[in-house]
Design a protein around this ligand. Sequence first.
Ligand SMILES: [Cu+2]
Length: 130
Amino acid sequence: MSHLGGNMSLGWIHLRRVTVTLALLSVSTFLVFGHAILVKSFPQANEIVSGPVVPVALTFNSRVDQARSTLTLENPDHSTSKVPIDVDRSSPEKLLSKLSLSTPGLYKLRWQVLAVDGHITRGEIPFQVK
Ligand SMILES: [Cu+2]
């Protein structure tokens, strides 16, 4: 998924920003250039899970900045709450957390992640607690 193609000057600016970002992060291992795309999740979209403890594991196609990514939960009453992310340096392509949901109903987990190339992607996972 190259977003460097097309407009040459835009691509070049992007490339410079990537270089700066990477220098700041001082990433030393393999580098993946591209937006973070969700490839696997627990819960899965529209899954029915048992409460109250619901582990969360979102896997992306590239490493993400766990400290600057966010998870927000929309509750059955449509109120929202911020979900703390368990920073795990051994799984840089994952966002991990644990929810405690004692109320059955429909929830939505909203994720927003910052990839190493400085681009933000977001999405939403609806699921049900029985
Ligand atoms: Cu990008």
